[in-house]
Design a protein around this ligand. Structure first.
Ligand code: HEL
Length: 405
């Protein structure tokens, strides 16, 4: 069923569909209705700033809104649609956390025990606990800072590579830590690679099997896979287009890669419907028991004004209308993702733009949260700039600036 919503000027390629009888019925009465024209405005702005395409799916009670525009494949000129699969990057961290927290609930892992208790090869600092890893407070250096300093050369040097967890951990521990364990929030992919190593070591079961048995099968997430180190994406998917550091050069099709540099920190493939179902199920207690969920959702502010916070493998964003949403963001070469849900799981939203290394597009895309949960129409385009003029994200840590031109 297709809708053209009155009063909205659609970009020629925009597609809006709703699966419910009426888009006016909002299942979460305390929230304003999603602002579809606001989502369209954000997506249009993302495309005006370099994204070949964008998609958003909002699931709100019995209503589902699917909004897409632009291209999923710029060579074949295939239109984007909101069902396409894509690489979700660090949204994978919430999946890994669910596996870990189930093991905690089973009494196999203690959150406050030293990670070294469970690792095949010890980290240099015995004081790092499992909780420090999950909350990005271990101080372990993020090896991707070096790996992707030069965007396309960095990407090409790893795109077909297969790493062991230990090889990635060694890249990190060759550096001094960023802080003493527990002393500060400093986002690091290393933390979730260590968690993958830890989970596989104590269970003897690969992460792919854990994801499948503990999350994908129970929730019937048929568009979600973890296929490391396979480089291709099956089914209907969006291509990802990486912006070069010299922005006058053409975008690089970065769809196919092993994502071995991330693994349990970022190698899941999914689509918007599955991510919405995943986060809604998570916050409503369908994946981890209440005690573990409460730990995951206990948030500590990580940015200057306290609107962004991090729990255990889970982000929270306080929006302008006072609503706090829970989920994760993701950046993997060619794809930016936002996947969030309300505390009661009744409204969920995933948006994706098929480009990356373009901080302006990423910040703009975040405006879909306001439109989806607060019903506001203004596309937020504020970008944070370093003194050298580079854009950066507060999602990493106030004190950490990564090159994100
Ligand atoms: S970064 C983040 C995001 N997280 C972290 C993780 C993920 N993704 C990465 O670490 C990828 C880094 C390289 C990405 C690449 C690009 O833009 O495609 N950038 C460069 O090569 C820059 N020179 C904290 C933003 C998150 O939202 O959690 O995903």
């Amino acid at each position: 069923m297709r809708f053209t919503i009155a009063g909205i000027t659609l970009a020629s390629t925009a597609v809006i569909t709703t699966l419910a009888a009426s888009p006016a019925i909002a299942a979460t009465p305390s929230l304003p209705a999603p602002d579809i024209s606001g989502v369209l405005a954000v997506q249009k702005q993302a495309m005006a700033n370099g994204a070949p395409g964008a998609l958003t799916r909002i699931d709100s009670g019995n209503s589902s809104y699917r909004i897409s525009m632009g291209q999923a494949d710029t060579v074949a000129r295939t239109a984007m649609d909101a069902d396409r699969r894509f690489r979700v990057g660090s949204v994978s961290k919430s999946f890994t956390t669910v596996v870990l927290m189930q093991l905690v609930a089973e009494g196999r892992i203690d959150l406050d025990a030293p990670a070294n208790t469970y690792l095949p090869q010890p980290l240099p600092d015995d004081r790092i606990t499992v909780r420090h890893l999950l909350s990005h407070r271990s101080g372990l250096w993020d090896y991707t800072n070096d790996m992707f300093y030069y965007t396309v050369p960095g990407f090409e040097s790893v795109r077909n590579k297969v790493f062991t967890y230990q090889e990635l951990i060694d890249l990190s521990t060759a550096h001094q830590p960023t802080n003493a364990p527990g002393a500060a929030y400093s986002y690091s992919n290393t933390n979730f690679v260590v968690l993958g190593a830890l989970i596989e070591n104590i269970t003897g079961v690969p992460m792919a099997t854990h994801y499948q048995q503990r999350i994908l099968t129970p929730l019937n997430l048929r568009n979600t896979t973890y296929v490391h180190p396979q480089t291709t994406i099956s089914g209907s998917y969006a291509h990802g287009y990486l912006r070069q550091d010299d922005t006058t050069l053409p975008l690089v099709d970065s769809t196919e890669q092993t994502v071995s540099w991330a693994q349990s920190a970022g190698a899941v493939i999914s689509n918007a419907a599955d991510l919405n179902r995943f986060f809604s199920a998570l916050v409503t207690g369908k994946l981890v028991p209440a005690a573990q969920l409460q730990q995951m959702m206990t948030m500590v502010p990580v940015n200057a004004d306290g609107t962004q916070s991090y729990g255990l493998g889970l982000r929270a964003r306080k929006l302008s209308c006072g609503v706090t949403v829970y989920g994760h963001t993701g950046t993997v070469q060619g794809f930016y993702t936002y996947a969030f849900t309300t505390a009661d799981g009744k409204r969920s939203m995933t948006s994706m733009a098929n480009t990356s290394n373009n901080g302006t597009v990423n910040t703009i895309l975040g405006g879909t949260l306001e439109a989806a949960f607060c019903g506001t129409t203004t596309a937020k385009a504020t970008t944070l700039k370093t003194t050298e003029g580079e854009t950066f994200t507060e999602d990493i840590a106030p004190q950490v600036v990564r090159h994100n031109r």
